[in-house]
Design a protein around this ligand. Structure first.
Ligand code: ADP
Length: 263
């Protein structure tokens, strides 16, 4: 606080100090605005499925639903409940990542250890194949040896989220290629490429924002929470990794995560 600064501090020294105070205040205000927006978004996102669940449950409870409609209404209730579970679990994950980031200033996260990217890629490719098949998408992988100093659970989450999107924003007959290795620059990387619907140019810088969706109805219909890429961004940040997105509408999307050389 500038008010508490000793009066004998020379004026020239106060200027950078004043700038810092101002920047801090701006940061705090920005954080506050983001927090408010996030709470409003979360409330809205939770209210929609809850309203739906409550409506269908009421129809069944009051006997207003025809008996032949009951199974469909129950399925709808189940679907909306699953959506809420996915959303709450993503919110919890983001909040956990937030606190890891806050603690990071003091010490490196304790669970950072060498992670075998090639093994991780093979494991995730196997797990995601079922989802891909359901969407009539072919999932392939090309795993070259690469090791990253990181948190394995977080890297699994990051890769799964990228693959999940590459499958969901694809089309029947499309493909997803999951790759890892070490680039010519010596940096380990993970890459997910699809030949799906692509992301419009003006949305490319926004898809990593919480709850930003290019097509809200498609995201919701395929079980998206709007938080997948925000989680990816957070995890990349915690690993000092860089994210490159290349996309063209109608052609497909490639997202590459490049880790620091020394990790
Ligand atoms: P969601 O849960 O909606 O998928 P994400 O944060 O994972 O949320 O992604 C944000 C938005 O970015 C999505 O709603 C979608 O519009 C777009 N998107 C993400 N990945 C892809 C992709 N591989 N191809 C096309 N669009 C994508």
């Amino acid at each position: 606080n500038l008010d508490t600064i000793e009066a004998d501090v020379p004026y020239e020294e106060l200027i950078p100090l004043a700038r810092t105070v101002q920047t801090d205040r701006k940061l705090r205000e920005n954080n506050e605005t983001m927090r408010r927006e996030f709470t409003a978004n979360v409330s809205h996102e939770l209210k929609t499925p809850l309203t739906s669940i409550s409506g269908y449950a009421e129809l069944i409870e009051t006997g207003m639903a025809k008996s032949e409609d009951v199974p469909a209404f129950a399925a709808r209730i189940h679907k909306e409940a699953r959506r809420m579970i996915a959303l709450v679990s993503d919110i919890l994950q983001l909040s956990e990542l937030d606190s890891t980031q806050a603690a990071r200033g003091q010490s490196a996260p304790p669970d950072m250890a060498p992670v075998d990217l090639a093994a991780l890629v093979k494991e995730i490719a196997q797990t995601m194949t079922v989802n891909a098949r359901k969407a009539y998408v072919t999932l392939q992988y090309d795993a070259h040896p690469a090791t990253v100093q990181g948190c394995r659970d977080q890297l699994v989450e990051l890769t799964t989220n990228l693959c999940d999107n590459a499958i969901r924003y694809n089309r029947p007959g499309g493909h997803v290629d999951l790759r890892c290795g070490v680039g010519a620059d010596g940096c380990p990387y993970l890459e997910v490429e699809d030949n799906g619907i692509g992301i419009p140019q003006d949305s490319q810088s926004r898809v990593f924002e919480r709850f930003y969706r290019v097509d809200k109805s498609r995201s919701k219909a395929t079980g998206g929470t709007g938080l997948g890429l925000a989680i990816v961004k957070h995890i990349a940040l915690l690993h000092d990794a860089r994210i490159d997105l290349q996309s063209q509408v109608g052609t497909g999307t490639t997202i590459k995560v490049t880790f620091p050389k020394k990790s």
